[in-house]
Ligand binder design. Structure first.
Ligand SMILES: Nc1ncnc2c1ncn2[C@@H]1O[C@H](COP(=O)(O)OP(=O)(O)O)[C@@H](O)[C@H]1O
Ligand SMILES: [Mg+2]
Length: 360
């Protein structure tokens, strides 16, 4: 049985502003699902509907097989951790974590056991008697998470929990969340972020939201290796995947695309006779480009170089403006050079009308 099931879920604010349409999603027990997507695409709205903080205006939400559309938040067995963690400033870490359990009239022994166990998972045992003001930002965020853990919810919802932290702390806290998930293998977590590194590293599956719907659901590597459409192709991976317009000139197990200017590229995406002459976009990730003496997919002059040490980003002056290549190591002196580049056929994606031909 799946923990969470969304069927044709819609959201319209105020009767007129439709922000999500026809969302279908199954989430299994123990998964860590990450919602990603551009700002304003409805990530928080979807999370808040699951929590019960926002009305579901169409479709159905089930938790453990029961429809909960009209079940109040407190009875859904869900805990939500927000971006701004409001701890009670006059209460110690222990008191902050005890608070909800006292309200729920748990026994002192139950409360002590729950707080001790949560503190251990979150490495807060040594800080239980401190006030929030004597904690770092990351520790405060952990206390906020601890306040939900003690209630032993079935599902945890996180809405951009790390976005208030500085870069170094974000990385550290991200790893703590991964460890926390490992310590709670049976808890289901849904995590919203616009940071794709967080999404790629934490998720068992990523849900990419765009244009009011789900652009693709898959494991991080499925989205990276086999994006369903140009949106996901360019949203996952940094710098974004290059897209080059062309025409299919050979079909079969291997597909050849003429890119104009004497340039062409071969892809392992299969096509049929009927696809001959089709107008497509070829997608190649900056890190999949290699230099070639043979037939090139791209030829251009290096306009700008960003030497990051481990890799070098090269921005090209070419027909299809924003072409970027990522080479391992240092190639700082190559500005102004003309390079001929191609990619291995299994790294060449092919899209028609924005959709990958792989998924037809
Ligand atoms: N209470 C509201 N009333 C009307 N529109 C809203 C309300 N809350 C959010 N929206 C709109 O819904 C869309 C999705 O918002 P949100 O879920 O916060 O996006 P995200 O979290 O992905 O950035 C946005 O266009 C936003 O303006
Ligand atoms: Mg949001």
């Amino acid at each position: 049985m799946s923990t969470l099931k969304l069927t044709n879920v819609d959201k319209t604010y105020g009767g007129t502003v439709n922000v999500l349409r026809d969302i279908n999603l199954d989430i299994e027990t123990g998964e860590l699902i990450v919602f990603v997507g551009p700002s304003g695409c409805g990530k928080s709205t979807l999370l808040r509907m699951i929590a019960g903080l926002e009305k579901i205006t169409g479709g159905e939400l089930q938790i453990d097989g029961a429809v909960v559309n009209d079940v109040p938040p407190a009875q859904r067995g869900i805990a939500m951790v927000f971006q701004s963690y409001a701890l009670y400033p006059h209460m110690t870490v222990r008191e902050n974590m005890q608070f909800a359990l006292k309200l729920a009239k748990k026994t002192p022994a139950e409360i002590d056991a729950a707080v001790a166990s949560a503190a251990e998972k979150l490495q807060l045992t040594d800080y239980l008697d401190r006030l929030p003001k004597a904690l770092s930002g990351g520790q405060r965020q952990r206390v906020a998470i601890g306040r939900s853990i003690v209630r032993d919810p079935k599902v945890y919802l996180f809405d951009e929990p790390l976005s208030n932290l500085d870069a170094a702390l974000r990385v550290a806290t991200r790893i703590e969340i991964a460890q926390l998930k490992e310590a709670m293998p049976d808890s289901t977590m849904i995590y919203v972020t616009h940071d794709q590194v967080e999404a790629m590293t934490l998720a068992s599956r990523i849900v990419v939201l765009a244009n009011k719907g789900i652009a693709q659901v898959g494991t991080p590597l499925e989205l990276y290796e086999s994006p369903k459409n140009e949106f996901v192709a360019q949203f996952i991976g940094s710098p974004a995947m290059n897209l080059l317009p062309g025409t299919i000139v050979e079909t079969g197990a291997l597909t050849k695309v003429d890119l104009g200017h004497g340039l062409e590229v071969t892809s392992t995406v299969p096509t049929t006779d009927a696809d001959m002459g089709m107008t497509v976009n070829v997608g190649i990730r900056p890190e999949d480009l290699v230099e070639t003496d043979g037939t090139a997919a791209f030829e251009g002059k290096v306009k700008i170089i960003e030497a990051l040490g481990e890799v070098t980003l090269m921005y090209f002056d070419g027909a299809g403006a924003d072409f970027i290549c990522k080479l391992n190591g240092i190639h700082a002196g190559r500005r102004g050079e003309t390079l001929r580049l191609t990619a291995s056929p299994d790294k060449v994606h092919v899209f028609a009308n924005g959709e990958s031909l792989l998924y037809r």
